[in-house]
Ligand binder design. Sequence first.
Ligand SMILES: NC(=O)c1ccc[n+]([C@@H]2O[C@H](COP(=O)([O-])OP(=O)(O)OC[C@H]3O[C@@H](n4cnc5c(N)ncnc54)[C@H](O)[C@@H]3O)[C@@H](O)[C@H]2O)c1
Length: 354
Amino acid sequence: MPMLPAHTLRELVAVVFRAAGAEPANAAVVAESLVATDLAGHHSHGVMRVPQYVGAIREGQLKPNAEPRRVMDEGPLGIIDGGWGFGQVAARAAAEFAAEKAHEHGVSCVALRNSNHCGRIGEYTELVAAEGLAAMAFVTGHGRSGLVAPLGGMARQLNTNPVAFTVPGTEGFPVTFDAATCAAAEGKIRIARNRGESVPEGWFIDAEGRPSTDPNDFVGPPPGALLPLGGVSAHKGYALAVLVDLLAGAVTDAGCSGRHTRNGNAMLMVAIDIARFIPLPDFQRHVRGLVEHLQSTPLAPGATEILLPGEPEHRARQEQRERGIEVDEQTWLQMIEAAESVGLTADELEKFLV
Ligand SMILES: NC(=O)c1ccc[n+]([C@@H]2O[C@H](COP(=O)([O-])OP(=O)(O)OC[C@H]3O[C@@H](n4cnc5c(N)ncnc54)[C@H](O)[C@@H]3O)[C@@H](O)[C@H]2O)c1
């Protein structure tokens, strides 16, 4: 499998998007975001998405040079229209808007609509938290028909509806919970399929409603459906997914999970200036206290340590910055195909491997 240093992979991805028609600045933002996501260990939302975005540009669904616009700006509230450009560019603009407003008003709420796929949602809450703020983001698929079965159902109805929450950390990384409200992000099944691996039971059911671990049963035809988050407590994951859908789809007016076929993301983001409630050093004392309290537990049989949310990503970054990022063969072939479709040659990509 190709193993590339992050900076090489970033350059390669930017070259492909520039060849697909993106201005260098936008190509750089998207390349930076996708590679940062691989570095964080979430390969489901990293460079694996290059062929998807190139395809969306070709089909006219993604306008690579659209500039996000602030179409509503009223006190702590705002709306960003992504102009159907890159989701990474639009979501970054929404996060910057939310942070700016939270500094000014103590709290802010920003809606994002008309955006393509934004990738890893935690990237945007972490951007806000880097300014000493707390952030929450709720995301859905812009009215698209989903991939997740509602509790008790077996067809794809709901989007994977991720949520991300971040507060500034004290251990060298932000404390972030960032995940889909279904058992696993759909991209994780794509990655397993690319690698010829099976997935854990409980992630999805096949078209007949039977549990399966074979990614091909998810893809079909006929296709299977992801299950709500929570296993035996899936009622909570399902209920959470419905609320995320309504916050990100109805409040933003982008549309809830439904019958649309266009691929996109809508987001509702809330930012809070922690310092208006408590001086930051006192907040950090609380964080440290909680970490110590959690880590003071005796370990359960088989467990080796207690981690904080955001810590697995921090460790993955440290490891892959040293070692490089491994791109599986299938993903690499799909990237070459995407590059060739925009006029690059396999040789031009292969030269990044030496
Ligand atoms: N743009 C979209 O439409 C979309 C849709 C779905 C998912 N996503 C993204 O996909 C990515 C993966 O989602 P997922 O549902 O597979 O996430 P996941 O199941 O990998 O869970 C990740 C979260 O769990 C935390 N975590 C993991 N192990 C932990 C441990 N031992 N202790 C404490 N915390 C721990 C991580 O820090 C992280 O916050 C996310 O970045 C999400 O934003 C995007």
